[in-house]
Design a binder for this molecule. Structure first.
Ligand code: GAL
Length: 468
């Protein structure tokens, strides 16, 4: 299927990274006897299956563990020159530390080699929401011991795979386990405790810096970065109270990780509030210096939706647990364009605004769009007789975002690539298989049969022409 357009308007720089991203827990599944240890998702699903859409857990899902050769062939077919995967910590180290699962080493070696053999550069992320259960039992990210366990795990990964992997990422969206696990109850351990939230976040930041330090010591010659979900904060109006509310939201949700990762320091607005409210994390001597000295080489930006903010209208009950939104309200802008399935606003220009901010305020650090995408429920209704899903809405979504990425490049942004979330339909945490995001559909009724969607064919032509 080719999609000729008469004229190409958007051409990207030579060598632009075209591909997609995925994560271990969402794609691999598990096979009896594979040696994988349980992580928080396996455990939580066992305990409370009803919290997952239609009661579907992470066990079967997309079966990348068995079908990765076929999947990599499909990646090649739809024009990938790069692909991000994550390593499952509890597959490699079933207890989170100690004994290594040799079958996992063989699996990841094989995946990496197969990608390289197909001219697809593997980008490897070390942590994508999947704390080994043994380490969650001692508190997960809230416990400082886990920072050291993580650095040991990261170092093992560098030693095992670093001869071939030249782009590493310490974390994917580190704020999400903080929000899900300790504020809004959509990740295990489902606590509501802002002090723990802050501590978990601080430990993730520390673990990022320590992993960077460990990586640099090995002198493997690659780059190491982090992947952050940046949600540009737009004030309802230019009223100073609205603007201040948006800046506070930005400090909590973007700059909390962006500033330490890129600049090695913390935003003043955030520190002031944490001090005032009595929620500063426990730190040890030398932590701040270590964070200052070990910053990233490369920034991955996940962009899905903006955050619209207005000044606080009603104060929460004085004894309600502290939450960042004690400082702002969200603003449901009338008439905003929505992805109704996911409940997220679609605002394409947001991707440009982020890139401009990175260019202006973060020294134009090398970056790429590491996730962007559209989850849609019930895509089967767009399927033709051959089983191909005609996801024109996804093609439109991607191209409208790419136009803004292109614009930022024209204006000097150092953005190096675009990865869709995601390669194939996968298990999306508590939403399980509700919304589908892939270039490739996966039929759960038919042993995970893969079929390239219209968007996948379209992406092949974009990659081949390096534009559209
Ligand atoms: C991101 C996350 C992915 C995926 C995606 C779509 O926040 O990194 O794992 O779930 O959202 O929901």
């Amino acid at each position: 299927m080719s999609m000729e357009t008469s004229q190409q308007t958007y051409t990207f720089p030579k060598g632009f990274w075209w591909g997609s991203a995925a994560s271990a827990t969402q794609t691999e599944g598990s096979v009896p006897g594979d040696g994988k240890g349980p992580n928080i998702w396996d455990y939580w699903f066992e305990q409370e299956p009803t919290r997952f859409f239609n009661g579907v857990g992470p066990g079967e899902t997309s079966q990348f563990y068995r079908k990765y050769k076929e999947d990599i062939r499909l990646m090649k077919e739809i024009g990938h020159n790069s692909f991000r995967l994550s390593i499952s910590w509890s597959r490699l180290l079933p207890e989170g530390k100690g004994a290594i699962n040799e079958e996992a080493v063989a699996f990841y070696n094989d995946v990496i080699n197969e990608l390289i053999a197909n001219d697809i550069e593997p980008f490897v992320n070390l942590y994508h929401f999947d704390m080994p259960m043994q380490l969650q039992k001692i508190g997960g990210w809230v416990n400082r011991q886990v920072v050291d366990d993580y650095v040991n795990y990261a170092t093992l990964c560098f030693q095992l795979f670093g001869d071939r992997i030249k782009k590493w990422f310490t974390h994917n969206e580190p704020i999400v386990p903080v929000e899900g696990g300790y504020m809004y109850s959509f990740h295990y351990p489902n606590e509501v405790d802002f002090q723990k939230a802050v501590q978990a976040g601080f430990h993730e930041i520390l673990s990022n810096a320590k992993a960077i330090q460990a990586y640099k010591q090995l002198k493997q010659g690659g780059k190491i970065g982090i992947i952050l979900n940046l949600t540009p904060s737009y004030p309802r109006s230019q009223n100073p109270q609205d603007v201040e509310a948006a800046e506070i939201a930005d400090a909590f949700f973007n700059r909390s990780f962006l500033d330490p990762a890129v600049k090695g320091n913390f935003p003043g607005k955030l520190v002031t509030i944490l001090k005032k409210e009595g929620f500063m994390p426990h730190m040890e001597e030398g932590d701040l210096a270590l964070i200052k000295e070990n910053t990233i080489d490369l920034l991955g930006i996940n962009y899905y939706q903006p955050r619209r903010v207005k000044a606080k209208e009603h104060m929460p009950h004085p004894s309600a647990p502290f939450m960042p939104n004690h400082y702002f309200d969200s603003f449901d802008m009338p008439g905003r364009k929505m992805n109704v399935y996911r409940g997220w606003e679609i605002y394409e220009k947001g991707i440009y605004d982020i890139l401009k901010k990175i260019q202006a305020d973060y020294d134009n650090i090398e970056c790429f769009i590491s996730e962007n995408g559209m989850g849609v429920e019930g895509e089967e209704r767009f399927m033709d007789e051959e089983g191909v899903i005609h996801d024109d809405y996804r093609i439109e979504f991607i191209s409208e975002h790419l136009k803004w990425v292109h614009q930022a490049i024209q204006e000097g942004s150092n953005v190096k690539g675009y990865h869709l979330w995601t390669f194939m339909d996968n298990w999306s945490w508590t939403n399980a298989y509700k919304n589908r995001y892939g270039f490739v559909s996966v039929d759960l009724q038919e042993d995970g049969k893969r079929t390239i969607k219209k968007s996948g064919h379209w992406f092949q032509s974009v990659s081949e022409k390096n534009g559209f």
